[in-house]
Design a protein around this ligand. Structure first.
Ligand SMILES: [Zn+2]
Length: 391
């Protein structure tokens, strides 16, 4: 079982320079490796389409090709970075292509604001006496607010505007004892930031989250009024980024609390599969905006349930808001209709409550198979693209 532990670290001035330099070296290496691969795939395309090889026979590059060629030709900047950290950068390039072949977006070049972390994949780090030792960087002050469990596998350093964090990914060797399933719940995640459960309860995010979101809109408007490339604009850009961070932290906190509550109360928790929903629906729908938050809630619930020997299941949510949870007949309604009122059996329910019951029922009727089918669907889709990658 994997578990992540995140702590804030407090580098001094010199260490912060070293951290920033490492980040920048990694980012350049990432972009260079990505560029090399893109070039290769274009050459491949040229050969495939026209049968010409003007620069000799092209080859597909993989992680090992790139990692090998790096070790012989490091720049001075790269020599100042722990070698496994550099190798991990190439692993990231490899992963971004794998994701692409599995149906995600084409790998992008990374700007300074986007590329914000680097990873020690095995060694080169240790903790001693409230200090995190990073190879080639130094002993950085760390505040550990809780104990680390299990074996530390990787160590990732992350920059968040003006703050630095370390995340340890740990492997916990603890036997999981499945509990007997006695209680179950279906959950509908809504268009608004609202959760409705199959027993008719609603969970609303705290008011301060809404306030932060309003503040964000306000600060973004101010940013758009600032003159391009001015000092004021740059200052406002940081204000906006910090507001984003506050919202992110508040959402995470809400997701942690809600998932803990769900896992404490129920043995079997059923969500709709957002990946399926996204594939089916229009990406421009407002719904996909809130999905990032929902994915976080689902994955946190999953990992907490796993630790507790409980079950989280994802089901296809198709028509869950249209079908009647009482008799199964289809009762079409558009988004503005908030009440489900069935002309066939007379059931009257809140729209989302009806959907949540359907989500729970879907799990009962196809127990164990829906989740697997969903994943197989994804795998198939990936392998199809693998055969004919159009780059
Ligand atoms: Zn009905």
């Amino acid at each position: 079982m994997k578990k992540a532990f995140q702590f804030r670290i407090y580098p001094n001035k010199n260490q912060e320079v070293a951290l920033n330099r490492t980040l920048s070296t990694c980012r350049h290496l990432y972009n260079d490796s990505l560029g090399e691969r893109k070039r290769q795939s274009e050459l491949n395309e040229l050969e495939r389409t026209f049968g010409v090889t003007p620069w000799g026979k092209p080859e597909w590059l993989n992680y090992y090709d790139q990692a090998n060629s790096l070790s012989g030709s490091k720049t001075d900047f790269q020599k100042g970075v722990f070698s496994q950290v550099l190798q991990n950068v190439m692993k990231r390039v490899e992963r971004s292509f794998k994701n692409f072949f599995n149906g995600f977006g084409y790998p992008r070049f990374q700007g300074r604001d986007r590329y914000n972390s680097f990873t020690y994949p095995q060694s080169g780090f240790s903790i001693k006496q409230e200090k995190l030792n990073l190879s080639k960087i130094g002993n950085i002050k760390i505040v550990q607010h809780r104990a680390i469990e299990g074996m530390i596998k990787t160590c990732t350093i992350k920059k968040d505007i003006d703050q630095w964090y370390v995340t340890f990914s740990c492997e916990i060797d603890k036997p999981i004892i499945p509990v007997e399933i006695k209680t179950e719940i279906g959950i509908d995640v809504g268009l608004s930031s609202l959760i409705t459960t199959s027993n008719g309860k609603q969970i609303e995010p705290p008011e301060f989250l809404r306030e932060s979101e309003d503040k964000l809109t306000h600060e973004q408007k101010r940013l758009s009024r600032k003159k391009k490339r001015s000092q004021n604009r740059n200052h406002q850009r940081i204000v906006v980024a910090k507001t984003h961070r506050r919202i992110r932290n508040q959402r995470k906190d809400f997701a942690h609390k809600t998932s803990r509550k769900l896992v404490e109360t129920f043995d079997h928790i059923v969500f709709e599969d957002l990946q399926i929903r996204n594939m089916v629906q229009n990406h421009h729908l407002a719904k996909s905006i809130s999905d990032a938050g929902w994915s976080q809630l689902i994955s946190l619930t999953k990992s907490k349930a796993e630790c507790a020997g409980k079950v989280v299941e994802l089901v296809n949510s198709r028509n869950t808001s249209q079908n009647c949870s009482g008799c199964g007949n289809s009762v079409p309604k558009d988004l503005s209709v908030r009440v489900h009122s069935c002309p066939f059996c007379g059931l009257v329910l809140d729209r989302d409550h009806n959907a949540a019951i359907n989500i729970l029922n879907r799990s009962k009727s196809t127990v164990g198979s829906t989740g697997i089918n969903a994943h197989q669907g994804l795998l198939n889709r990936g392998s199809m693209q693998w055969e004919a990658p159009t780059l």
